[in-house]
Ligand binder design. Structure first.
Ligand code: ADP
Ligand code: MG
Ligand code: ZN
Length: 640
């Protein structure tokens, strides 16, 4: 292999440099350093010093006199010799010692040490460091095991709970915890499983959207299991040079085998486990494929009875190579889904333990508001609330802090000094009341809980929040249709009142289109297409990219149908609003004045204003039944 040879040449260069440097050092630098430096003085100066008794030792040579200062023995002087017959007497009189030689050179041992040994040691240390970094970049194997740390997996080893995270720190996710505790249990007493002859899975894959606690769960497993825990991220395997990632995988499993029973955790495994696409050779796929192949063969190569269990985590399970998912490898799939209502309450409570909470806090209400929030977002909400309490100079967190923090996480911070012109503010008020009114006038719509026209940093100029009373996992056709109608309400209100339309509805349009499209292509809710999947969704945990799976003709028909679905709902909503213009005006003015109103205020005002004899007011009482799955609040992003 080419890349194995390359590092040898730098070694030769380095050695050459060392030899040259040593030569220079010993031929030129050392003699100067080692020889004492003699200051040149005049003969008269010498005599002066001699008379004043400042000289300690003297050496008379053929052409010069070397002498040593008495007060400062490190100072040497040299002076030319003069024809001075009295010299000996003078020296005698001054009581100066004669020596044959004032040592000019340090001892030979010293020379050897300073000239060769020390520099050589320095060069060796520097060389080692250089080689180290070189190896890291070069990659490849075969330079011999003692070749420094190259190819090491860099896996962090947690032995027991280093950061003290236990299963109790992970709220909700009971199924995942149950499956994982089985693994922990196996590692604690493998004998019980062996007795029956049960095989413990070799690998388990934690799958779910970002921020749902996959990494957290793995850490909790490390905390619960009394075994070494190797943790490494998939991206750590991605290297510039072919073969390097594979070497790391090999090393990781070697280490793990030595430490068995143990757990290997590979986070973000999709970085190395992506489907092999047969396009190798083009670009950098070679490296990734080699790494994956190595991982596959290592997973096959060891015997689970030894007690090495592999955990993986990913939010892109559909992009994983099928070979990775077959039985005997990651044969257990542990879904880590977004928390349900109870899960959200529990997660809020877990994180609330770390901050001081007021007595009035109702976690249930907060959890209801935070539909669709992940564990990470909920943790963030608690923290935002704590920050808000500090800013307000309070010593504990109140319900209002939490409510505001939910909105911060959903819609961004309030833009206190954003300047809306009076006209714009009025338009936004009508827009939001348009949404709220359509929602309130339909059955199967989540009740409105808050309407606000205070701009947020996310770009929303206002929003209407709807919160369900119960958790629902299914959404009926009527609910989706009503939701689309509600989404169109904002634009309709603008149009009805101001006879002009704005960019403010762009986000509504996007959401409505998505829903209508899904009705047609994925939910089988139209007569024309029936129960046919016309789109496939990939990346379901990361927003979901839908790709069409039908002929171009069908695709055109789908587009037509989508437009029709939205238009029908638009007309329905328009009729509702047209027959409730009085309410629309009254409520919008009220919102304009108050900027934020609660759902109760809204419903109260609506009841007061309702014209009893309106025949077209097809408003059944707002029922408790309502939608979910999709986030129940709408945010208006306004392009600016
Ligand atoms: P991911 O699934 O993307 O790996 P993490 O495990 O990194 O998510 O979660 C990020 C943070 O969110 C955690 O550190 C924790 O504070 C919080 N969190 C997420 N899920 C939960 C949960 N079920 N219980 C408690 N906290 C959670
Ligand atoms: Mg993670
Ligand atoms: Zn809107």
């Amino acid at each position: 292999m080419e890349e194995i040879k390359t590092p040898k040449r730098p070694i030769i260069y380095y050695m050459l440099i060392v030899v040259v440097a040593m030569l220079i050092l010993n031929l030129f630098v050392m003699p100067r350093l080692m020889n004492r430096q003699f200051e040149e003085t005049s003969y008269s100066e010498f005599l002066d010093m001699l008379e004043n008794g400042k000289i300690k030792e003297v050496e008379i040579q053929e052409k010069q006199i070397l002498f040593m200062d008495k007060s400062d023995p490190a100072r040497y002087y040299v002076t030319g010799i003069m024809d001075d017959p009295d010299l000996i007497n003078r020296l005698d009189a001054a009581g100066v010692t004669f020596t044959a030689t004032i040592e000019q050179e340090a001892s030979p041992w010293m020379t050897l040490l300073l000239g060769y040994v020390v520099p050589l040691l320095i060069f060796m240390v520097v060389g080692r460091l250089l080689m180290n970094s070189l190896m890291k970049r070069m990659g490849g194997e075969g330079l011999g095991g003692n070749m420094l740390t190259f190819g090491k997996s860099n896996a962090k080893i947690y032995v027991q709970s280093t950061d003290g995270i236990r299963f109790s720190d992970v709220a909700g996710e009971d199924e995942a915890k149950e499956l994982l505790s089985e693994i922990v249990d196996y590692l604690h007493n493998p004998g019980r499983y062996a007795e029956i002859g049960a095989n413990i899975p070799k690998g388990a894959l934690l799958v779910g959207p970002p921020g749902t606690g996959k990494t957290l769960l793995a850490k909790a497993v490390a905390g619960e299991a009394n075994v070494p825990f190797f943790s490494i991220s998939g991206s750590d395997f991605v290297e510039m040079f072919v073969g390097m990632g594979a070497a790391k995988v090999r090393d990781l499993f070697k280490q793990a085998n030595e430490k068995a029973p143990c757990i290997i955790f590979i986070d973000e495994i999709d970085t190395i486990g992506k489907k092999r696409d047969g396009l190798s050779g083009i670009g950098g796929n070679d490296e990734r494929e080699q790494t994956l192949n190595q991982l596959l063969s290592e997973m096959d190569g060891f015997n689970a009875s030894k007690g090495v269990i592999i955990l993986g985590a990913t939010n892109r399970p559909d992009s994983l190579d099928p070979a990775l998912l077959r039985p005997g490898r990651f044969d257990r799939r542990i879904p880590v889904e977004l928390p349900d209502l109870q899960g959200r309450v529990d997660i809020l409570k877990v994180h609330a333990k770390k901050v001081k909470m007021g007595d009035n806090v109702d976690f249930d209400a907060i959890a209801r508001m935070a539909v669709g929030a992940s564990g990470a977002e909920l943790a963030n909400m608690i923290n935002e609330a704590a920050l808000r309490a500090v800013r307000a100079g309070r010593r504990f967190v109140t319900q209002a802090d939490l409510e505001e923090s939910v909105e911060v996480v959903i819609a961004g911070y309030q833009k206190k000094n954003a300047i809306l012109s009076d006209k714009e503010k009025r338009i936004v008020a009508y827009h939001e009341i348009g949404h709220a009114l359509v929602a309130a006038l339909q059955s199967h719509s989540a009740p409105v809980t808050k309407i606000t026209i205070i701009p947020r940093t996310s770009g929303a100029l206002g929003y209407t929040m709807q919160v369900d009373e119960d958790e629902h996992n299914l959404m009926s056709k009527e609910e989706i249709e009503n939701k689309i109608a509600t989404l169109t309400g904002g634009r309709i209100a603008e149009d009805l009142i101001f006879h002009s339309i704005t960019t403010g509805a762009s986000n509504d349009i996007e959401q409505a289109t998505k829903l209508a499209r899904a009705m047609v292509t994925r939910f089988g809710m139209t007569e024309e297409f029936g129960m046919v999947a016309l789109e496939t969704v990939s990346n379901q945990y990361l927003g979901g990219d839908a790709s069409l799976a039908c002929s171009p003709d069908t695709s055109t028909a789908i587009d037509k149908k989508v437009i029709e679905v939205v238009r029908t709902q638009y007309e329905k909503a328009e009729n509702l609003l047209k027959t409730h213009m009085k309410e629309l005006n009254g409520l919008a003015n009220y919102l304009y004045d108050h900027e934020t109103i609660t759902g109760d205020e809204f419903m109260g005002l609506l009841e007061q204003m309702k014209v009893p004899a309106e025949p077209a007011a097809a408003a059944e009482p707002t029922s408790a039944a309502a939608e979910t799955t999709a986030p129940a609040e709408q945010t208006e992003s306004k392009t600016e």
